[in-house]
Design a protein around this ligand. Structure first.
Ligand code: 5AD
Ligand code: SF4
Length: 439
């Protein structure tokens, strides 16, 4: 019986959750679960949740409400909540939603097989420890086939930065870097399983300082070592803090051909007053200087960012400073959010900017960022890029993949197969993707 059970995982939030969901699937795979993409077909449903903004957390409770009919139709169905909402709310979820059988935080999901067993025996299980042991040591290892040509690899977790608005230091805990050897062997396994591109993940990935041969390794050193793996064609990393961008990492953008020319470098605000209130420990000017140095190393670097508008105390002038910074940098891609007060964070105690004011600012910022994104995409027309093809596109015969700049690119060409990297001339720009012809 155990070998016929089906697992459905719904993933919210960041790429680290995507990676965690894959690992949870592997952990439960060892207990006989195979994946299904239909919730109504599952014996176990896991929601891998995000707590970063209020809306993200609320979504979980509405989704749980929607799962109720499935549980009524199939009383054997087990429902679990994983991820950062699980970590932050733990027992509270159990109280608020009696249909939940299992709550597991981001640091304990290697214990899922034991929890699953307890739950099958009729218990309700909560585990939101920050355990002594390293979960990665207790998860299945070896080549992971069927993952597609692009994979995530978590190298660092947690954050010690304590930006005044952010729950991550509380839900994911203190900064921990995985040892170099484990990362290299996981990367080799991925490549053996057909992966050609690895995105190194961490809440503060460029603060990586893992134990390796001869002492502590930086992210740059790790990247240079990973680049030596035959068959691995591309390396990316996310998310970075401006203050952890060291000289070698900047240089690697210029001299390590496998490191892709795309960098997600959140700034949050362009106002020094607000940056200080956010506890960001950098200024707009120091960020701009950093961008300059990065572009000196890699002139075609495509920059992406995160922005928060309506942070407590943000004036019209502060917001205009953000708009000015955006115009100075020129982003190819960006994510912008209205400030959301998160319980337990320092900023949650401060007086909020009126919602309509924050809403107007968000609209203006997003319009500017969208203009920049479009302009960047349009500038690709006529240029030749290299595309790693990942899957069939929406139209018949179409294949889609990512350029080095992380643009989604579609082509219609029968020669193209999944996992192939081909030179493509960009011929058109659509709302969120590019089209081209294979050269
Ligand atoms: N409100 C709004 N946006 C937030 N972010 C993090 N915390 C909050 C919050 N409380 C945004 C930041 C971060 C991104 C992942 O989410 O911009 O870089
Ligand atoms: Fe949150 Fe700031 Fe840490 Fe990023 S650097 S995870 S925004 S506390």
């Amino acid at each position: 019986m155990a070998d016929t059970r089906k697992l459905f995982i719904k993933t919210y939030g960041c790429q680290m959750n995507v990676y965690d969901s894959e690992r949870m699937a592997e952990a439960l795979g060892a207990s006989g679960y195979t994946m299904t993409d239909r919730a109504d077909d599952a014996d176990m449903i896991l929601l891998n949740t995000c707590h970063i903004r209020e809306k993200a957390a609320e979504k979980v409770y509405s989704e749980l409400g929607r799962l109720k009919p499935l549980k009524i139709a199939n009383p054997d169905l087990k429902i679990g909540v994983a991820g950062c909402v699980a970590q932050a709310e733990g027992e509270e979820i159990m109280r608020r939603q009696p249909l939940v059988d299992l709550v597991v935080g981001p640091q304990t999901y290697h214990r899922l097989p034991a929890m699953e067993k307890a739950v099958r025996d009729g218990a309700r299980a909560v585990d939101t420890d920050f355990p002594e042991e390293d979960k990665f040591d207790h998860l299945p290892k070896g080549p992971r086939a069927g993952r597609g040509p692009s994979a995530f690899l978590t190298v660092q977790e947690g954050c010690d930065k304590f930006c005044a608005f952010c729950v991550v230091p509380y839900t994911r805990g203190a900064e921990v870097s995985r040892p170099v050897e484990r990362i290299l062997s996981e990367a080799r396994d991925l490549v053996e399983g057909g992966v050609r591109e690895i995105t190194l993940l961490g809440q503060n990935v460029n603060a990586y300082h893992g134990a390796g041969a001869g002492g502590t390794w930086t992210l740059a050193r790790l990247i240079r070592e990973l680049a030596r793996i035959d068959g691995l064609a591309r390396i990316r990393f996310t998310t970075s803090h401006p203050n952890d961008m060291d000289d070698d990492l900047i240089a690697a953008h210029g001299d390590e051909p496998k490191l892709m020319p795309y960098l997600h470098l959140p700034v949050q605000s362009g106002s020094d007053r607000i940056l200080k209130a956010m506890n960001r420990k950098h200024t707009a000017e120091s960020y701009l200087r950093l961008v300059e140095r990065l572009r000196l190393a890699r002139p075609d670097l495509l920059l992406s960012g995160d922005f928060i508008v309506g942070f407590p105390g943000e004036t019209d002038q502060d917001f205009e400073d953000t708009m000015t910074l955006v115009r100075q940098v020129g982003y190819g891609q960006a994510y912008s959010f209205k400030y959301s007060a998160r319980p337990g964070t320092p900023a949650a105690e401060r007086a909020a900017v009126p919602d309509d004011v924050a809403g107007d600012r968000l609209q203006r910022l997003q319009a500017l960022l969208l203009d920049q994104q479009r302009a960047t995409q349009n500038s690709m027309i006529g240029r030749d890029v290299h595309v790693l093809f990942e899957k069939p596109g929406r139209d018949v015969g179409q294949m889609t993949g990512k350029s080095e700049y992380l643009h989604a690119v579609h082509v219609t060409d029968p020669r193209i197969e999944k996992g192939q990297i081909a030179r493509v001339r960009i011929t058109r720009s659509e709302s969120n993707s590019l089209g081209g012809v294979v050269l």
